[in-house]
Design a protein around this ligand. Structure first.
Ligand code: SF4
Ligand code: SF4
Length: 273
């Protein structure tokens, strides 16, 4: 079933007619990375301390949960290259990917739930459940009852970064998602020595390229200012670009492009694995 699931996710993204930039053969999203974590992984209990008591366990989202299926949808090179050329607002291609790529991500969540149900397994996509809520004003500022990135970390797909992203073998520029199921699949090994290994800044104190890339000063050596970033991502950039590009969600992603972790784990970090 593990191999079948991987193939299903890959084929859904590769073959989806919506996975194309307008009037182009260029996809928004490249071949997915897929990983699995056990619903009983103690990390999910630790998240109640690390993120907050409000962060739900797989079992709280799907009684009888056995496995969390996580995926990374890497953003295509042409889209990333277009954003590399930007220094104050995201590119048209990036904006379109943020809007339409996430629509695909939502469709993938729904598709997998149905695909598993068709084979007799119960499944739920946390982000599509009424239990998924944004929680304002936590110690980490805004948070939610389920973090796709933390699930992806649990599934061995990457580690966290100075700018609050997840650096995966396909880099930091991606969309990610998850589905919980009662199907038992062996968990993917977490290879990293610690939860920030793939970020050069946490690895050896170097880099910081994302700091200079942020047009609103939301990243410093102390970390990522979520409030300042959200103002850019959900207010400033959409106000400037949504109508022009026909993209309600624009994202920003300047700190995810033209940086050493854009499309791969920086080699120095990899050498420590
Ligand atoms: S640009 Fe450098 S410091 Fe910033 S997240 Fe990537 S590796 Fe870390
Ligand atoms: S997404 Fe944009 S605003 Fe947010 S930290 Fe990155 S560069 Fe700054």
């Amino acid at each position: 079933m593990e191999a079948l699931l991987r193939t299903e996710i890959e084929q859904f993204i590769a073959g989806h007619p919506g996975n194309r930039l307008p009037e182009s053969d260029t996809p928004y999203l490249d071949r997915p990375l897929v990983g699995f974590s056990a619903a009983t992984d103690t990390l999910y209990l630790e998240y109640k301390t690390i993120i907050g008591e409000f962060h739900l366990l797989p079992e709280e989202l799907l009684p009888g949960a056995a496995t969390v299926i996580s995926w990374i949808l890497p953003i295509n090179r042409a889209v990333r290259e277009s954003n590399r050329r930007q220094d104050s607002l995201p590119s048209r291609e990036w904006c379109l990917t943020r809007t339409h790529g996430e629509v695909l991500n939502v469709e993938l969540r729904r598709h997998l739930v149905e695909w598993l149900a068709g084979r007799g397994y119960r499944a739920a996509a946390p982000q599509l459940l009424p239990l998924w809520l944004e929680i304002p004003d936590t110690v980490h500022r805004i948070a939610s009852t389920w973090s796709e990135r933390h699930a992806a970390y649990a599934a061995g797909l990457g580690t966290f970064s100075l700018n609050d992203g997840l650096i995966t073998p396909a880099g930091i520029a991606h969309r990610c998602g998850s589905v919980i199921t009662n199907l038992i699949i062996p968990p993917t090994r977490r290879g990293a020595a610690h939860h920030r290994q793939n970020c050069l800044y946490y690895f050896n104190g170097s880099c910081g390229a994302c700091i200079a890339r942020c047009p609103v000063g939301a990243i410093t050596r102390d970390g990522h200012d979520k409030d300042r970033c959200r103002e850019m991502v959900y207010v400033t950039a959409p106000a400037a670009l949504s109508e022009r590009y026909g993209a309600p969600q624009t994202g920003c992603g300047l700190c995810q492009t033209k940086v050493p972790c854009e499309s791969a784990i920086p080699p120095a970090c990899r050498s420590a694995e």
